[in-house]
Design a protein around this ligand. Structure first.
Ligand SMILES: *Cc1c(COP(=O)(O)O)cnc(C)c1O
Length: 460
């Protein structure tokens, strides 16, 4: 399997090459040159356990690593989850909830980052110099990346978060990790400032080479491929329980990575009738799917911070398929977006997708109603998935909502919704007593460069 760039101007590469590169050199995102058709495998796959299913699916996309090595890395990745099903499916009222938060940091990002960390360690074994992974985070990505990379040979992970703007639990999940290869920087600025600093460094070829830089955010195809698995897993479980032919998914969405994995599953032949894109007040994607125009506005803070995004990086992959593989069209759209902040394709949005926006009141009401009616506790992101799904409930086609975080990660929101303190998790309570390490950093790209110099010269 080879991969090409959405912008069509970069050489084709293998899986292990793209994993290290992240972004393609022409500024595009990697996508597979052809999508495997797996319809004849479905009958056999539905009997597999999560790890066997993950191996069956991921191995279709990875052909430059020894099969037994890939198999071992997948086994090790999902052994870190605290549930035997890895991603258990729970019936909640008229819906099914797929719990993706049983990994080490209690957010769905562990599904991909536990795997990516192990894959990278394997690939970097022969490399003489360490790979420096720089990551900007508004909370969940940073902790999942740190827990995926901590203690691994051949790499360092340097995470920047906006000082004082991530939740206390999220900060402790990052700063209590004291491994030598983990560096936490609190930037005196916003999340956008952190992201800008990462992009500034990665866009400078001399700096990128000098410090051997890369990143592990969801532009990396290695993350998408691991997320395709649970769409299959959930569909099989729901089909067993209901006998339904087709299913529908509702996906709390920020960077469009998770829901794009669902699109890939559909393209491979999984009978998905509809993918519902659930957004918060930062509704650029909802406006696009309902009105056909993609126009970014200013980000507003919400109760679901992991979805506070107005430039959904994986949307470029969607555009490639909308344009039926016309890379020139994609390049024109993306360049237009860089200058005018808007894309208005002449094609209508793909009808597989629907979208709904939920606000603060919808988040709090949904958490309260689902708790009162079903005694099931949703985190604020997953609550928006349920809220969006409620518009689509039909008896023939079951709807599966992806639950992207454990409610205890957002305990103050649960407290506000229910008026009582109900969201707990033992692994988070332990963090309160652990020592932390954190470096404050002014909001300037040069400071990160200076810091990298110190780290790579062994002074920190
Ligand atoms: C990252 C995240 C999302 C958004 O996922 P995307 O792949 O960026 O669309 C939703 N919910 C939670 C809890 C997250 O951490």
């Amino acid at each position: 399997m080879l991969y090409q760039s959405t912008r069509g101007a970069a050489p084709k590469v293998s899986f292990t090459r793209l994993l290290r590169a992240g972004l393609a050199p022409d500024g595009g995102l990697y996508i597979p040159c052809q999508i495997p058709d797996v319809r004849s495998e479905l009958a056999h796959w539905r009997n597999l356990h999560y790890v066997d299913l993950a191996y069956a699916i991921i191995s279709l996309f990875v052909d430059d690593l020894a099969p037994q090595t890939l198999r071992r890395l997948i086994e090790e990745s999902y052994a870190t989850f605290d549930h035997p099903a890895v991603t258990p499916l729970v019936p909640v009222g008229d819906l099914f909830v797929l719990e993706l938060f049983h990994g080490p940091t209690l957010a769905f990002k562990d599904v991909a980052l536990q795997f990516l960390g192990r894959m990278l360690e394997e690939l970097l074994r022969e490399q003489p110099t360490e790979l420096n992974l720089i990551v900007a985070t508004s909370g969940d990505t940073g902790s999942a990346a740190i827990h995926g990379m901590r203690g691994r040979r051949g790499m360092r992970i340097i995470v920047m978060h906006p000082q004082g703007r991530v939740s206390e639990v999220q900060e402790r999940q990052m700063t209590t990790v004291l491994d030598d290869n983990v560096h936490n920087l609190a930037v005196q600025g916003t999340f956008d400032d952190c992201q800008r600093i990462v992009k500034t460094l990665l866009a400078d070829p001399a700096i990128k080479q000098r410090f051997n830089l890369s990143t592990v955010n969801s532009i990396n195809w290695g993350r998408i491929v691991a997320q395709i698995v649970y769409y299959f897993y959930a569909t099989f479980r729901v089909q067993e329980q209901t006998g339904a032919k087709q299913v529908r998914f509702s996906v709390p969405t920020g960077n469009f990575g998770d829901v794009f994995a669902g699109f890939m599953a559909h393209q491979m032949g999984l009978p998905i009738e509809r993918l519902i894109v659930a957004t918060n007040e930062n509704d650029v994607l909802t406006r696009y799917f309902n009105q056909g125009e993609y126009r970014a506005t200013a980000v507003v803070p919400t109760l679901s911070p992991a979805m506070d995004i107005q430039v959904a990086s994986n949307f470029e992959r969607y555009l490639y398929y909308l344009a039926q593989g016309d890379s020139h069209m994609v390049t024109t759209w993306m360049e237009g977006f860089a200058h005018q902040g808007v894309i208005k394709p002449s094609w209508a949005p793909l009808p597989l997708f629907a979208a709904r926006r939920g606000d603060r009141a919808a988040t709090l009401t949904t958490i309260r109603q689902v708790w009162e009616q079903e005694q099931y506790l949703l985190d604020p992101h997953s609550a928006l998935g349920v809220y969006a799904a409620n518009d689509f409930i039909t008896p023939q086609i079951p709807t599966i909502v992806l639950a992207t975080a454990h409610p205890a990660k957002f305990a103050p929101v649960i407290q506000e919704a229910l008026g009582s303190d109900r969201a707990h998790h033992a692994s988070l309570e332990k963090l309160a007593h652990l020592p932390t390490r954190l470096t404050l950093m002014p909001n300037r790209a040069e400071t990160l460069i200076a810091h990298l110099r110190q780290i790579t010269e062994g002074a920190v």
